[in-house]
Design a protein around this ligand. Structure first.
Ligand code: PMP
Length: 407
């Protein structure tokens, strides 16, 4: 990718420059969480040292400064997702909380017995369990659109499952277990032609590609800051104004009200209606710093570079006959999920760790996906904007070492 200077980029990430078990760290667990550039770490320190106070309340100077920084971060997230309004950006703890918010607020107020929620067979547990919970509370039913052996959604089956009782479609934009990038525009068009709103779980997609919620025309978009090179404990729920206006609050407390009496409480305007209590002020501001940082590199450049990494890793993986790639979808993000003949993924992960290589071994919070492919777990290398082709070579040498040890 022209002008993509990965060596320069790596200089921005202090944690990468260390040894693990006497070997240079090769961090390939970006699907679980990403590391933080100095811009984010410095931002957290700067705000706590200079500007920190509670937001939206005090008339004093520090409170005003914190409020301004917090609201500026909201505008940065608005621009990052190209939302129409900044009040369509709700700060939450992460993707999990964003989906639970929609399930409990939208779901609980809309769903009647016999209504349906449609998801897919490749969802993360956080896009399954909140819907099961609201189905239990309301008598609604959870429907699951199947995937094929490549890990692609069966779009015709998905369409067939859209019924007059479907009240919401909730689909992962990019799968964390398989890497599949779903045809979300087609999904949204099919749903909207039946006036069904769509939530996209963007936990994995947002760090790897340009996301334009107006172009997608999705109704809700959920993401986690910690996978986006920002802090843990902060994330975003984007919701179209018309839905957020109509939805009841998720939690009650301070900041989300306009006026409280014991008889009746008037709720605050958007987005504050959904932000009860003191928010995660500094991490929200630092998430703004993270997206500023990403935009200096450019999401399209990151997507193009990571696509080259994935292609290279896939080609190298094909050279190892004992290796099976789990997830061979047409459109994939930078995730290589795999198994090795007769070797448990946890053993792969342990040996690789001793070589300084960090990967994830497990079910990736997507047990139904593991069941579908008939494996208890997979090993997963997931790439980020700071990974190199050389690191992929180190990974492949490591995998050969694993095969030697257990062979
Ligand atoms: N959805 C997907 C696709 C994910 O990969 C993850 C995190 N692994 C989540 C949702 C949940 O994100 P969080 O734990 O940050 O709330």
């Amino acid at each position: 990718v022209a002008g993509y200077d990965v060596a320069r980029i790596r200089e921005d990430f202090p944690i990468l420059h260390q040894e693990v078990h006497g070997k240079p760290l090769v961090y390939l667990d970006n699907g679980a969480t990403t590391h933080k550039p100095k811009a984010v770490i410095d931002c957290i320190r700067r705000v706590y040292e200079n500007d920190y106070s509670n937001v939206h309340r005090g008339v004093h100077t520090l409170s005003q400064r914190s409020t301004d920084l917090f609201e500026a971060a909201r505008e940065k997230m608005q621009k990052f997702l190209n939302a129409r309004h900044s009040h369509e950006i709700v700060f939450v703890r992460g993707t999990t909380e964003a989906i639970n918010l929609v399930a409990q607020s939208f779901g609980r107020s809309v769903l009647k017995e016999g209504d349906e929620i449609l998801i897919t067979a490749m969802e993360h547990h956080s896009n399954i369990v909140p819907w099961q919970m609201v189905c239990e509370q309301t008598g609604a039913k959870l429907k699951v659109a199947p995937i094929d052996r490549n890990g692609d959604l069966q779009l015709d089956e998905f369409e067939r499952l859209l019924s007059p009782r479907t009240r919401l479609v909730s689909v992962v934009h990019m799968s964390n277990a398989l890497g599949t990038i779903n045809p979300v525009k087609a999904i949204i068009e099919l749903a909207h032609s039946r006036e069904i709103p769509v939530l996209l779980d963007g936990a994995q997609a947002a760090p790897h590609m340009t996301v334009d919620v107006q172009d997608l025309d999705c109704d809700f978009y959920a993401l986690s800051g910690h996978k986006l090179y920002g802090p843990t404990g902060i994330g975003v729920l984007y919701g179209k104004e018309k839905w957020l206006e109509a939805m009841p609050p998720y939690q009650g407390g301070g900041d989300m009200i306009r006026r409280v009496t014991f008889d009746k409480t008037e709720y605050n305007t958007l987005p504050f209606k959904f932000e009860a209590g003191t928010p995660n002020i500094v991490d929200a501001i630092a998430l703004g710093a993270a997206v500023d940082y990403l935009q200096t590199i450019g999401m399209d450049a990151i997507a193009a570079y990571e696509n080259q990494l994935l292609q290279y890793a896939t080609e190298r993986a094909f050279e190892i006959p004992q290796l099976t790639i789990v997830g061979t979808a047409e459109r994939k993000g930078a995730i290589l999920s795999f198994t090795l003949e007769r070797i448990h993924p946890h053993d792969i992960g342990t040996i690789l760790d001793h070589l300084g290589i960090a990967i994830r071994a497990g079910h990736h919070c997507a047990m139904p996906v593991m069941d579908f492919f008939g494996v208890p777990a997979t090993a997963r290398a997931s790439f980020g904007l700071y990974n190199t082709f050389e690191e992929i070579d180190i990974l492949m040498d490591g995998i050969r070492k694993v095969i030697e040890v257990f062979g």
